[in-house]
Write a protein that binds this ligand. Sequence first.
Ligand SMILES: [Fe+2]
Length: 283
Amino acid sequence: MSELDFASLRTSYRDLGLCKAKFPDFDSIRDIRDLLESKLQAILGSNEVRLATYHEFASDDEHEDVQWKMVQYFWSNELCMKIGQSQLELLNALIGPDLHIQRHPFFRIARPNRNEDNIGLHRDNYYGQSPFEVAFHVPFLDLDADSCLQFLPGSHLVSESAYETVPLDKSDWNKGSRKHEMGFPYAPKKLVGDLSAVKPLPVEFGEVVIFPPQIVHGQEVNRGQVTRFSVDFRVVNTFAPIVMRKDLTSRGYAPLSESAVASVAQQYLDNCSRNDASEKGYA
Ligand SMILES: [Fe+2]
């Protein structure tokens, strides 16, 4: 067992709308980071490149292709599921024993001083997320105050109408396009209103930021010295009141963990005929 203070994490999530935790299994997340760095070196044909220095090696012309290859690698090797499975102690303690995890999460590469690599400050509910879903922001290297994401503590309880949004110019990509699949909205919106209390949240590698989708968060521009490699994935309680999609898109979920109670109930219901179960009021 790790030494995570779950009571403090819950209090922070409840009061601020976010909490920052150390992953209980550091070795697993380090192994995944190493896989990603090796893959990046193979794509670029250089043993010199590191995640942090990616922007010094990749040209503008090849950037989108490199990101797409990294995304495909992350998805096809089910690295999100591997993170979830290795960090269940944290996930179960915060969200419950019955969990689903996103199948195709957004794998981000934000180079220093590149507006086009970020989607700016936003609330994920603008793009269809439920407050019952939980977002995990996982950096694959240390991110200081200039390179990390920013958050507006307390905005997780503020109603949708409290912040105005204005549509940005139509993007060059469409729904279902490669850019869209990589987490760039095809109908982007800009958040306007009092955002003066937005604060950077520096993170060290091995830490994770956990937040409900509706908190104001994001990055306008990476002003730091390193390329931000990170993944944002969602976990949801299996019994949350959402439509649980299973498709291979960013909206699809896969089972991650199941309690004995849910397992027994499901097996029993499967063993009963539908009529038998419904007559007794179980289904
Ligand atoms: Fe987001």
